[in-house]
Design a protein around this ligand. Structure first.
Ligand code: DON
Length: 617
C-alpha cells in the first residue's frame, strides 16, 4: 500500500516531501550531453522514493517518471556475472579496487589488463561479457528478466537512448578492444559492448531503483513481490563494490558522509542501500562534475543524517538476542503429569534450559547464545534453542551451533532446536556436517511444547526406570476419585458411561454443549485450540486416570477447545445430571469430587500463573 493514499501521512513521507521541496529549486549541475538523447532530459524533474526491506513504499515527486538506468545497471549485472561464473573466475577478470578516477577512465591493471572494479565502464563491459547465454539476445533476455525481478515489473529497453549511445559509444568500444587485447573478453568485443549499451538503456523510474535497492537490502529477495532476484550469498559482493567504487571518485567522501553502498547513473539516477533495512531511489538529471546527480547527493546526505542511516553507525543488538530464558521446572510441557511425575520434574526439570532467541543470528548474537548455553553446565542435560522469533540465521551461526552441539554432546548434553522451519540453512548445514549421526544428534521440533515433553520423558525414564507407562487405569486409580473409599468408588463407577474413540477421532469439539465430565480409562488424548495464525496449539495431553472437560461440571459453558484421541481411547463419562444428583444421594462423595476437581484446576492455574510470570506477554 502506498502511504501517500492514507489520510494521516507518515512522518517518513512528510520528510521526503520536505526534502523534495528543499531541493526542487536547487539550480546546480548540468544534464549529461555526451549521449545526445540524454541532453533532452528536463532538469527540473525530481523524484525520491524509499522502500523498506519488508516492502513499504514511500515516494514523492517524479518518482514514476521514466529515464535510462545507465551505470546503475553495473552492480546488478556484476551480481549476475557472479551467479553465472564463480566468484574466483570473475575475480580473475575484474578487480574490486576503487580507482578514484572517472567512470570512463581506461583504467586497466598493468600486466593483466584487468579492469580495477566492475563499477567503471571497463569493469562493467567485462562483467557483461561474463553473462551466460549462447547469443547476445539470450544474454539480453537474461538481463531483462533479472532486472524485472529486481524492479518487480517488466523492464524494457529505451531504444532511442540505446541508439544514441551506440552511435556515440566509440570510447566504450575502445575499452572493449582493450579488454579483448588482454583476453578479459575472449570473444568479439563489439557485441559485448553493444550488450553493455543495452543494459545502460533500460528504462526505469526512481521507484524501480528504490525497489531494486530494497531487494539487495532484503538479501536478494524483492520485498514487494517476494521473488528472489539474486542468490543471497552474492549480495555482500555487490554491496561491497557499490560501497567502495559505486560513486567513482566521490566514493570515499560518499561512504564517509552518507555511509550506504550506492550507485549513480549519468541520466540522473542514484540507488542507495542500507543492508537489512531499506533501498533509496532518486532521480534528478542535473549532474555535478563527477557525473553524480546534484540533488541526489544532497537528498541522500540529509536522509542519512536525519534517519541515522550510516552503515557504520549501527547499534549493537547482540545482548538482546536472548529474549527469554527459563528452565524445565519453571515451564513444563503440556503433557499433564501424575503428582509423582510432577514432583520429580520440579527438581529434575532444572536440567532443561530453554533460550528463546530473537532477531538476526549472526556472529555477534550467536556468540552470546553460545556463551549463554555454555554457562553453568553442571547438571544441565538438555538445552533448547527456540528459533521462533529469529529472522536471519547465517552460516557463521550454523558453524558455531554445530560446534556447540558437538561440545555439549561430548558432555552428555543434548542441544535441541525448535521452530526449525525458521532456519532451513541450519538444518542443511547440520545434515551435511553430522552425516550419518544426523538422526541421533540433531534434535529439532516444530514447537517448544513437544521438545519439553521429549526432555521430560527422557528424565522420567531415567528417574523411574521400572515405572511402566500406564496404558490404562482402574477406577480406584482415577485422580478425581482420590480420597473415596472403595464402596464410594463403586457408587461413582456405576454412574460412569463407558465410551470408545478410535485413534485420531474427535472426543470433544469446541463449542459443543458441555453435558459430562470425562475420565480417561485407556490411551491418551490431547486438547488443542486453533490460534489466530491458524496454527494448532496443544494445551494439554492426558494419560489414563486423568479427568478432562471438568469445567462443564462447574459452569456448563460450551466446550472451549478440541479434544482428539491420540491413540485408541476408552473414557468414562460422568453426566452432569448424575453428578448433580450426588448432592442429594451422596453429598460426601460430591464434596470429595469437587475438592479433587478444584485441586486439579488450581494445579492448572498455578502452571498458567508461573508461565505468565515468565512469558510476560
Ligand atoms: O557508458 C557510459 O558512458 C554510460 N552508458 C553510463 C555512464 C554512467 O552512467 C556514469 N555514471 N555516473
Amino acid at each position: 500500500m502506498n502511504l501517500a493514499d492514507s489520510s494521516l501521512s507518515s512522518p517518513i513521507l512528510d520528510y521526503l516531501r520536505f526534502l523534495h521541496a528543499k531541493y526542487a529549486t536547487l539550480d546546480e549541475g548540468a544534464v549529461a550531453t555526451y549521449i545526445p538523447e540524454l541532453a533532452k532530459a528536463d532538469p527540473s524533474l525530481f523524484g525520491i522514493c524509499l522502500v523498506t526491506a519488508d516492502g513499504q513504499i514511500y515516494e514523492v515527486g517524479d518518482s514514476q517518471h521514466h529515464f535510462t538506468i545507465q551505470s546503475i545497471s553495473k552492480p546488478f549485472v556484476y551480481g549476475m556475472a557472479l551467479e553465472d561464473k564463480t566468484r574466483t573466475e570473475v575475480f580473475t577478470k575484474i578487480g574490486v579496487e576503487p580507482t578514484g578516477e572517472a567512470f570512463n577512465a581506461i583504467s586497466l591493471e598493468p600486466g593483466t589488463g584487468r579492469p580495477r572494479n566492475p563499477m567503471i565502464n571497463a569493469g562493467a563491459i567485462a562483467a557483461a561479457g561474463q553473462i551466460a547465454g549462447k547469443s547476445q539476445n539470450t544474454r539480453l533476455q537474461r538481463i531483462l528478466d533479472t532486472f524485472s525481478l529486481y524492479a518487480g515489473r517488466e523492464v524494457e529497453l529505451d531504444s532511442s537512448v540505446y541508439q544514441s549511445e551506440s552511435d556515440t559509444g566509440h570510447r566504450n568500444r575502445a575499452i572493449g578492444y582493450m579488454l579483448r587485447n588482454f583476453d578479459i573478453l575472449t570473444e568479439d568485443p563489439l557485441p559485448v559492448v553493444d550488450l553493455y549499451f543495452k543494459q545502460c538503456s533500460l528504462s526505469v523510474t526512481c521507484r524501480d531503483l528504490a525497489i531494486m535497492g530494497a531487494t539487495l537490502a532484503n538479501h536478494g529477495v524483492n520485498p514487494v513481490t517476494g521473488r528472489r532476484a539474486i542468490r543471497g550469498e552474492y549480495v555482500e559482493s555487490v554491496l561491497s563494490v557499490m560501497a567502495s567504487c559505486g560513486m567513482y571518485d566521490y566514493a570515499g567522501e560518499w561512504i564517509y558522509r552518507v555511509g550506504m553502498p550506492a550507485k549513480s547513473g549519468v541520466a540522473g539516477g542514484i540507488v542507495a542501500v542500507l543492508p537489512g533495512q531499506l533501498g533509496i531511489g532518486i532521480y534528478s538529471p542535473p549532474l555535478d562534475v563527477r557525473g553524480n546527480s546534484v540533488r541526489g547527493i544532497k537528498v541522500c546526505d540529509d536522509l542519512s543524517r536525519h534517519f541515522d542511516l550510516h552503515l557504520f553507525n549501527s547499534p549493537h543488538t547482540s545482548s538482546s538476542v536472548v529474549r527469554l530464558e527459563f528452565n524445565g521446572s519453571e515451564v513444563n510441557s503440556s503433557r499433564v503429569r501424575t503428582l509423582e511425575e510432577a514432583s520429580l520434574l520440579r527438581t529434575a526439570g532444572r536440567s532443561i534450559l530453554v533460550l528463546q532467541l530473537q532477531g538476526n543470528l549472526v556472529f555477534s548474537t550467536a556468540e552470546v547464545v553460545v556463551r549463554e548455553a555454555m554457562k553453568d553446565l553442571g547438571n544441565r542435560r538438555f538445552i533448547i534453542l527456540d528459533l521462533k522469533r529469529t529472522l536471519v540465521v547465517n552460516e557463521s551461526t550454523c558453524r558455531l551451533f554445530h560446534q556447540l552441539l558437538l561440545k555439549l554432546a561430548s558432555s552428555g548434553i543434548k542441544l535441541i532446536f525448535t521452530h526449525i522451519f525458521r532456519a532451513p540453512m541450519l538444518r542443511r548445514y547440520m545434515k551435511a556436517k553430522l552425516g550419518e549421526n544426523w538422526t541421533t544428534m540433531f534434535h529439532f521440533f516444530d514447537d517448544n511444547d513437544p521438545a519439553l515433553e521429549w526432555c521430560e520423558n527422557h528424565l522420567l525414564a531415567e528417574l523411574q526406570p521400572n515405572h511402566p507407562v500406564e496404558a490404562s487405569a482402574t477406577h480406584s486409580e482415577y485422580d478425581m476419585l482420590e480420597g473415596l473409599k472403595p464402596d464410594e468408588v463403586s457408587i461413582v463407577s456405576r454412574l460412569f458411561v463407558r465410551q470408545q474413540y478410535r485413534k485420531g477421532s474427535v472426543v470433544v469439539n469446541a463449542g459443543d454443549a458441555a453435558r459430562e465430565l470425562f475420565v480417561l480409562a485407556r490411551g491418551t488424548v490431547s486438547v488443542t485450540v486453533t490460534l489466530a495464525s491458524g496454527m494448532q496449539k496443544r494445551l494439554a495431553t492426558f494419560s489414563p486416570g486423568m479427568a478432562f472437560g471438568e469445567m462443564a461440571l462447574l459452569d456448563e459453558s460450551p466446550r472451549s477447545a478440541v479434544v482428539m484421541a491420540d491413540t485408541d481411547v476408552e473414557c468414562d463419562l460422568l453426566p452432569i445430571e448424575a453428578f448433580e444428583k450426588l448432592e442429594d444421594t451422596h453429598p460426601h462423595i460430591k464434596i470429595v469430587l469437587l475438592r479433587n476437581l478444584a485441586r486439579h484446576l488450581s494445579t492448572k492455574l498455578r502452571k498458567a500463573n508461573r508461565e505468565v510470570s515468565i512469558f510476560d506477554y
